[in-house]
Write a protein that binds this ligand. Structure first.
Ligand code: FES
Length: 85
């Protein structure tokens, strides 16, 4: 990936936060077709072809891209605020 702008999203789980680049490993599309529509039934979901990803690891759990994972975006929580490098 080139340096510069990218789209990302963050999933909160309790006090932890997990960030990912908004790009599905199946076809490279942004996961959500509607604003902030990334999670259903405790899984990250790609809205195009239904790939499911683990919110904490980004690993594909089902769908058309087995063995892949989302690209991590390093984030952390500091005093309740999400920050990135
Ligand atoms: S583009 Fe995400 S499952 Fe196909």
């Amino acid at each position: 990936m080139r340096a510069g702008r990218f789209h990302g999203f963050v999933v909160r789980r309790g006090d932890a936060a997990f960030g990912y680049v908004d790009r599905c490993p199946h076809m490279g599309l942004p996961l959500a077709q509607k604003l902030d529509d990334y999670v259903a039934d405790d899984r990250i979901v790609c809205s195009w072809h239904g790939a499911l990803f683990d919110p904490e690891s980004g690993a594909c759990l089902g769908g058309p891209c087995p063995g892949t994972r989302l690209t991590p975006w390093p984030v952390r929580v500091e005093a309740g605020t999400i920050v990135t490098a």
